[in-house]
Ligand binder design. Structure first.
Ligand code: OAD
Length: 272
């Protein structure tokens, strides 16, 4: 066992000891709720609880590729609300950028499509966007990319964009992974990095969507896993070196940063 006890202070001591060379971070929608973006499954506030107006057969249909083919409108109603640009990174995003700056971040695996980790300053080559992102878009039939400026116009008007090729006219969809679509190759290529981590931080995810939810299981036994989340999820807490920081992830992250003596640096990075 490498931790003195199951506390964030013990995690900070472990990092300060110099034994930690590679940190893996795994994130979900909970790290962006403080930025004003709803998560999916929180009762009451989550996106899936607030989709009645879209008359979907079930909430997840809005991100289902076969549903989208026949009925793309509900997705484009939501896309207007979720489109990146009007949101700012949270303390949790800034902390991941700080880990990268200190040369400790081996890889960030995110399920989020809001691009806030890039915006916070996490280098692109350290990010695996497991569920894609809103950064690019293409025709779901001929796969040709669709221009960003035109996408923005359509999103703002909640209009469904169509392929510019007159022969095709297929539906255009942001390169986010819908249910029924494979994850980007990057995900399977980089997943083994999880087993090489000296420390794994898991933030703001219900760990309900596979294969992402199996990533924490790849972490080598004896290497600590720390969960920053409102609730206990997955198998976190079952291993002797698991640390549970239950509550707002920004608060947990601030506490860890303070124990590391990084709190001012974190604040400066976040504000700039
Ligand atoms: P969920 O909405 O399923 O889970 C968010 C988790 O974060 C829950 O456990 C919340 O309790 C927790 N949470 C919310 N706000 C928090 C805060 N401020 N501090 C700490 N914890 C907080 O979101 P994901 O796990 O990201 O996929 O969902 C996974 C995937 O399901 C998404 O990528 C999306 C969705 O369907 C696709 O659309 C393909």
């Amino acid at each position: 066992q490498v931790l003195m006890d199951r506390s964030l202070e013990a995690v900070a001591d472990y990092i300060k000891s110099g034994q930690v060379k590679r940190i893996c971070v795994m994130t979900g929608a909970g790290i962006s709720t403080a930025a004003g973006i709803p998560d999916f499954r929180s009762p009451g506030t989550g996106l899936y609880a607030n989709l009645k107006r879209l008359n979907l057969p079930h909430a997840e249909a809005v991100f289902d590729i076969s549903y989208f083919r026949n009925n793309p409108d509900p997705f484009y109603v939501l896309a207007q609300e979720l489109y990146p640009g009007k949101f700012y990174p949270t303390i949790s995003h800034a902390f991941i950028a700080l880990l990268a700056r200190k040369g400790l971040l081996d890889m960030l695996f995110t399920q989020n499509i809001d691009c806030l980790e890039r915006r916070a300053g996490v280098p692109a080559d350290r990010i695996v966007e497991a569920h894609g992102s809103f950064a690019t878009q293409r025709c779901i039939d001929c796969k040709v990319e669709f221009p960003e400026d035109k996408m923005l116009e359509h999103i703002q008007a909640s209009r469904v964009p169509r392929c510019e090729d007159r022969e095709c006219r297929g539906l255009v969809k942001p390169d986010i992974v819908f249910f029924g679509e494979p994850l980007p190759r990057d995900f399977s290529a980089k997943s083994p990095r999880a087993s090489m981590a000296d420390l794994t931080l898991i933030l703001g995810t219900s760990l309900t969507v596979f294969p992402f939810a199996s990533l924490p299981e790849l972490v080598t036994r004896g290497k600590p896993r720390v969960l920053f989340n409102m609730e206990r999820v997955g198998s976190l807490g079952s291993r002797p070196d698991d640390v549970l920081a239950l509550g707002q992830c920004d608060e947990g992250v601030r506490k860890l940063a303070k124990a590391l003596g990084w709190d001012e640096e974190l604040d400066t990075l976040w504000r700039n």
